[in-house]
Design a protein around this ligand. Sequence first.
Ligand code: FEO
Ligand code: CA
Ligand code: CA
Ligand code: CA
Length: 659
Amino acid sequence: MRNDILFGNGDEIPSNHSGNPHIQDVIDQSRRKVVAGGAALGALAFLGVTLPSAGEAASRTAAIPPFARRSRVPFEPVGVTRADTITVPSGYVANVLIPWGTPITGRYPAYLEDASNSAQDQAEQTGMHHDGMHFFPIDAQGGRGRSSDHGLLVLNHEYIDAPLLHPNGPTVVNGRRVSAEEVRKEINAHGVSVVELRRDVRGNWSQQPSSRNRRVTGATPMQISGPARGHALMKTRYSPSGTSTRGTLNNCSNGFTPWGTYLTCEENWAGYFAYRAETQPRELSRYGVGDAGRYGWETIPGDEFERFDATPRAESATGDYRNEPNTFGWIVEIDPFDPTSVPVKRTALGRFAHEGVVFAPVRPGRPLVCYSGDDSQNEYIYKYVSRDAYRPMRSNGSLLDEGTLYVARFNPDGSGQWLALDIADPVFQAACQAAGVTFADQGEVLINTRLAADIAGATRMDRPEWGAVNPDSGEVYFTLTNNTARTEADPANPRSPNPYGHIIRWKEQDKHHAGQAFTWDLYLLAGPENDSRSPQGKPLDATNIMASPDGLWFDDEGRLWIQTDMSGSQLNAGPFGNNQMLVSDPKSGETKRFLVGPKGAEVTGITATPDFRTLFVNIQHPGEGSTPDVFRSEWPDGPGKRPRSSTVVITRQDGRRLM
Ligand code: FEO
Ligand code: CA
Ligand code: CA
Ligand code: CA
């Protein structure tokens, strides 16, 4: 029995074998020695990174007039814990909502505790492994609105724990899957859920039976739009025109557009495909497609499963699925208000292991700007700028089809550049020529986004996860969760290796975010007390010690919410306890732990009602590594019950705004 079928998860293995520097050319060997290991704090200053020193932070605090000193994070921080529950500060309440298997549509099939629900049941229930999500308020007429009592919660289901999805785990014989029903259930446990919610007069939230409730799965038909639509490299037996595909997979974080649609991001999709041949085309090799799929879906006969085997078998691409993996790795737009709408893969935003997408403040008459990270070791951060201007009250979907994709270079002096990945751009053309690489058209550039970014000279980062834009300053923050494969430190990624992660931020020179120059610094270094740095320039302490930051979100008042995704020994044996969520005030640097999740769970996904009296947070894979016989967590259903990913609703006991 293959271990990866039993315990396959969302690994982010490196596939960046380009020669791109970690800016090591510009840092001499002796400096690198200073940077390595636990000396990163001193190295930040040494390398001219513009973090405030502890003294500067103190003098800034002293300069703040007394009336403004009231903490903007006014709660008693919760301590590190390994309790198998949700821990929040006193005065707050956390309630479970829509755990995996909750009936939401169709026949509303009840969740069966022994995991014996059918594949069809699963297509009518919430999926597994809740991740990014967004609350879309509904107005009195049923359209998009500002209500804080009624809305559509849209959430991703990133991947599955096959041992928990079936009564006795997946059936595997001689390395092959043998039950189409099981595999269909796994595909249906992926994707996105749209769930209508209401808050009653007592302040309690519940899901509603609704014609708008919907499951989008790993099999839902999708359109392909943008420069790669109809490209020769997108043609398959299913879509000889290269204009459509089936399903979205490994949907990690998310975004939402100014016109009220949901964006779901395909992250570790490469692991779902197999390609068995001597050499792989660059569209696959640069993304880490292996010779067997993570769950072995390709080992079952039938077109719906064979598509996961990209090995060429026919005369041409329209006779097999050699190009099926090229139809994944995109950002997908879903209109949650129209349950009959066909999701659209927006290829102009690039093809990589998309973690999430976050928009710069939107201004009528200006181009749309959004940011997305490629969460794999030594991969890049990207920015997209639409060609046309945003116009409220118009259909703006095409803004995501025509524009320029850029990739970030973080210079050691604290400056940075956005490098265009545009076949019409003379600088990019020259870089391609120098590298001896050719692209036939912009569609091919985008299908090979990682290669294009290698050529442009982007900075290899420590696994870019979520981004968030500070509503007060316009600064963009990104988590870099960790990178055990880093061999050379640089100022933007100052530890080698980097087991704990950090948060980088930058300020665009153009206040509308559309330009190519920015300045950057490091906001926080995660880690234990002896190898960390808070935004106040001090080591992290009992109130905020953390590692592997991942989820990131600004509330409307400019507080930064940070969620962690530690795993393995960091989670089970380190000083950090279970995964957690912290709140950080960029104005004061004050950073405090607000929530600790149950055992073996990641804390991820965050959205609020407009009145900020309700916060929705997701708990993913409680009891990670559980088997049908041994549940490593019993959250949320209690003793003897299999653990279930779930949304958690956080409110204040007194019903007021959260902060
Ligand atoms: Fe799915 Fe990068 O976390
Ligand atoms: Ca996750
Ligand atoms: Ca993540
Ligand atoms: Ca992660």
